[in-house]
Design a protein around this ligand. Structure first.
Ligand SMILES: C[S@@+](CC[C@H](N)C(=O)[O-])C[C@H]1O[C@@H](n2cnc3c(N)ncnc32)[C@H](O)[C@@H]1O
Length: 294
């Protein structure tokens, strides 16, 4: 596919390798997960997801979601979500791909000239900042990095999916600027699917023991979300793991199921998908669901 060459040539171009997740830090432009792979069969319906590049929301719509709400600790991701939504709804596939993947056209204002009248004030300000600050604004390790295989990003790798997404996307996707720890309190609705990407990996770094970290995450994030924000058959995809073989996490999940939370009505599972990394076969996503009350 033509854009693979573009991605490799651009590898030196995206220079921010900053991993700090905070407000107004560099942004993800594309996912580095195989979202299309793990969302299959999860019956998205109503979805709550981290915004990140917008790709969790977009893949959810392509998989049949009826409504998507988003949140992120980095308010700049709101602008990426808005920009890509305007572009997918208003521009042909090749313009979208050139804008992001063709080095000489990267963030070329001419490509978006016909749609920019619809941009919010915040997005206009963000675009100016991108022109002024250059590539420092973008995280290197998005799927734009040559390590990641764009075939997993369905609407970018197939024009027909891009066109289908255009039909499905609403004019605007809700975005709340808040950190994950506050999400359950902030959103007072129920969802069929909640997607937390790999945020857990970066939380509670002061705890060195994985079990302790997981226990805190369970009590401070997962359980409140399951109790307040999940439908009876709803699921939370709470950790994406690269390079995990099928079954790698089963014992860990079994341990928590049996030892720690046996009186609570939740269930854990892991799902394995084709890896989003070029040199690895499998990735996994950890999933928690509510057990319907008997
Ligand atoms: C953890 S990053 C990783 C990228 C991800 N694998 C993807 O495919 O998009 C995803 C998003 O989570 C956000 N994030 C990180 N920590 C967060 C937190 N504690 N609360 C809310 N959002 C957070 C980041 O700002 C970023 O936009």
């Amino acid at each position: 596919m033509w854009y693979k060459d573009a991605v490799s040539k651009n590898s030196d171009f995206y220079i921010s390798t900053d991993y700090a997740f905070q407000d107004e830090s560099s942004v993800y432009l594309f996912t580095n997960e195989n979202i299309a792979g793990y969302i299959q069969g999860l019956n998205p319906g109503r979805v709550l997801t981290v915004a990140s590049s917008g790709d969790h929301a977009f893949e959810a719509y392509l998989a049949g979601a009826t409504h998507v709400d988003t949140f992120d600790i980095n308010s700049y991701q709101r602008h990426v979500l808005e920009l890509k939504t305007h572009m997918i709804r208003g521009l042909p596939y090749h313009d979208f791909m050139d804008f992001f993947f063709d080095k000489k056209n990267f963030f070329n204002p001419k490509i978006i000239a016909t749609i920019s009248d619809n941009f919010s004030k915040g997005l206009r300000h963000f675009m100016t900042k991108c022109q002024d600050s250059g590539t420092n604004m973008f995280k290197y390790h998005a799927s734009i990095s040559p390590n990641y295989d764009l075939r997993n990003l369905s609407y970018a790798s197939e024009e027909s999916k891009y066109n289908k997404l255009r039909e499905l996307l609403p004019e605007r996707i809700n975005f709340h600027h808040c950190k994950l720890e506050r999400v359950s309190a902030k959103f007072n609705q129920r969802y069929d699917l909640i997607m937390l990407s790999n945020i857990f990996y970066y939380m509670y770094s002061e705890e060195t023991i994985t079990e302790c970290r997981f226990e805190r995450f369970y009590h401070e994030v997962l359980y409140p979300l399951a109790r307040n924000n999940l439908t009876d058959n709803g699921k939370i995809c709470f950790q994406y793991i690269w390079g995990a073989k099928p079954g790698d996490w089963t014992n860990f999940m079994d341990y928590f199921q049996s030892q720690r939370i046996k009186n609570e009505s939740v269930k854990f599972a892991s799902r394995t998908v084709l890896s989003a990394l070029r040199d690895t076969n499998w990735d996994s996503v950890l999933i928690m669901s509510r057990q319907p009350q008997k």
